[in-house]
Design a protein. Structure first.
Lengths: 93, 471
């Protein structure tokens, strides 16, 4: 129970922080924000790593490897495409 | 569900804290184009820290992990470097789906482990929280996966808006949702049984499809923003499964971001989220007849239009997705440069739903080397529209339809528009008088101060550039 309340506290505060910062992001950067969020939601890669242990069943390993591939696509693809997009934004020379 | 690490749990959580701070700092960098590249790199650094810390867990199978990371990195890198900027909505939709699927798989793996522990009598503590979170993760993750696949299909045109729409769809969706929730309850009550989880995923997969198919193509920006949010919330639920702080924090940030963008898109179309998800927009009985509206349309050629720019002080370009379709953004920038050289101040007025996802038009123009400080938001440019000598509308239609402001009976009544009709002269570059997404005629085209310039966007603007140069 203590653990659950702690996690809910973290969740609530993180949502507030998220709303506060993201409302300040200008519309011109909303597409990079979305692709950057794709990358950050690839944080599931940590959960996928923890699922791939040496002593587990084949089914679990399959689920873990599937998850790690999908999450890594998001992480690598997301950060790279966001970087590619952001480097196009330039001020008047 | 707690894993043992090489270091104490305190050190691991400290690493996750550093990673979370980097994510938040990174997103904060996106509040300005100048700091955005660095912000994105900070986010990537945060991800790197989180992964390194996680690799300190005991008993990992590094061979499989490395293999998975290698495959995923290769696919991700190729996708990121090859994708066309016009196809960004498709890519984001696909990635939303991958994020959701990853969460579903991780929660499934965690449930298998709990099931083993319970069978072998190793389970310590009450698994209820973990089991509820597993259900939530499977449900949200799978709906995100299949919903995103339909959104992807609709965006690239391979899935037609008319497919998979059947009578009583809402009632059937409600039944599916009820069935999914029943499976969640079954997972908790019958602790350690994995079967209800797979049934849950099967139901959620169908639900993701049937809730997305009725939503029209014009509403896809809202849907991908919402699915973006779901992919974050699925990661968040997985954090509750694994008692993992960084998953919860990163997932919440993405969840919050998606929700904010969803609400911005809805406001820009003057529609409620409920209306987008469950309603249908279409021509109503009161819609004016196109022939009547277009009785007095005036059109002109490039030479005549070039003359209008002669002596103009201020011009505003209003781009829509049609401009990107005809790949006209580069010649549009050339036109702006030529006009600038003639002493005319040129700005771009960007409607929030121009393009096919939030901020899409800005990226397309940035790719064509248009400086971002020339891109002006709708709310900032509208108050000064009276002082604009020439407004050039290219590939946009509904977002400049004055009926939204003037005709309370119009299907788009109340939608915020760019008030180009208030400029001294309006030029509309368009192939024909065909309607936009809303399917309604646009009285702007027949206004006294409007000239229609018919033609393909790219060719028309190229001819105009040549004509202006000859002035």
């Amino acid at each position: 129970m203590d653990q659950l309340i702690l996690l809910l506290t973290i969740f609530s505060l993180a949502m507030f922080v998220g709303f506060e910062i993201i409302t300040k992001i200008p519309p011109t950067l909303h597409t990079p924000l979305m692709s950057g969020s794709n990358a950050i939601s690839g944080i599931t890669v940590t959960g996928a790593i923890l699922a791939i242990t040496t002593d587990e069943s084949t089914l679990m390993a399959i689920l873990g490897v599937g998850a790690i591939i999908l999450a890594t696509i998001n992480v690598v693809g997301g950060f790279l495409v966001t970087n590619r997009m952001l480097s196009m934004f330039k001020r008047k020379a | 569900m707690n894993t043992e690490f090489v270091l104490g749990q305190g050190w691991i959580n400290l690493g996750y804290l550093i990673s979370s701070v980097l994510f938040i700092w990174g997103i904060k960098g996106l509040t300005h184009p100048k700091t955005a590249v660095r912000g994105n790199r900070l986010g990537a650094l945060g991800m790197f820290v989180a992964i390194i810390v996680t690799l300190l867990a005991k008993g990992l199978n590094f061979g499989l992990i490395l293999g998975g990371v290698a495959v995923g990195s290769a696919i991700g890198a190729i996708a990121a470097l090859r994708v066309q900027m016009t196809a960004m909505p498709e890519m984001v939709a696909l990635f939303n789906g991958f994020g959701g699927a990853a969460s579903t798989l991780v929660a499934g793996a965690a449930l298998l482990r709990i099931s083993d522990h319970i069978r072998l009598g190793h389970m310590t503590g009450d698994p209820t929280q973990t089991l509820i979170a597993t259900g939530a993760s499977g449900l949200i993750g799978t709906v995100t996966l299949t919903g995103s696949m339909i959104a992807f299909g609709k965006l690239n045109g391979s899935w037609k808006d008319t497919w998979m729409r059947f009578p009583a769809q809402k009632a059937i969706n409600a039944l599916l949702a009820a069935g999914a929730l029943a499976c969640c309850a079954w997972i908790v009550v019958d602790a350690g049984n994995v079967t209800p989880y797979w049934i849950l995923c099967a139901i959620a997969a169908v639900l993701g499809i049937t809730v997305t198919t009725p939503i029209g193509g014009a509403d896809m920006p809202v849907v991908i923003a919402l699915l973006n949010s779901y992919s974050g919330l699925a990661a968040c639920a997985t954090g509750f499964v694994l008692n993992n702080n960084v998953l919860i924090i990163a997932g919440s940030l993405v969840g919050a971001s998606g929700l904010i963008l969803t609400s911005i898109m809805c406001k820009a179309m003057n529609r409620s989220l409920g209306h987008v998800l469950f309603g249908v927009l279409g021509p109503t009985g009161s819609t004016a007849d196109a022939d009547e509206v277009y009785a007095n349309v005036k059109s002109a050629g490039p030479d005549e239009i070039a003359m209008l720019f002669d002596g103009a002080q201020r011009a505003v370009i209003v781009p829509g997705y049609g401009m990107a379709v005809s790949q006209a953004q580069h010649v549009v920038r050339d036109l702006a440069n030529v006009l600038n050289d003639m002493g005319c101040n040129v700005e771009y007025a960007i409607h929030p739903v121009a393009g096919r996802m939030p901020g899409h038009m800005n990226v397309l123009l940035a790719e064509a080397d248009v400086p971002y400080d020339q891109l002006i938001e709708m709310d900032n440019i509208n108050p000064t529209m009276e002082t604009v000598d020439v407004a050039l509308v290219i590939g946009a239609n509904d977002v400049v339809n004055p009926d939204a402001r003037n005709d309370p009976q119009s299907p788009i009544a109340g939608m915020p528009i760019i008030d180009v009709d208030k400029a001294r002269t309006v030029i509309v570059v368009k192939r024909s008088l065909s309607p936009g997404f809303a399917g309604i005629p646009n009285p702007l085209f027949a206004a006294d101060n409007t000239l229609m310039y018919f033609g393909d966007g790219k060719k028309a603007i190229q001819d105009l550039v040549n004509a202006v140069k000859e002035l």
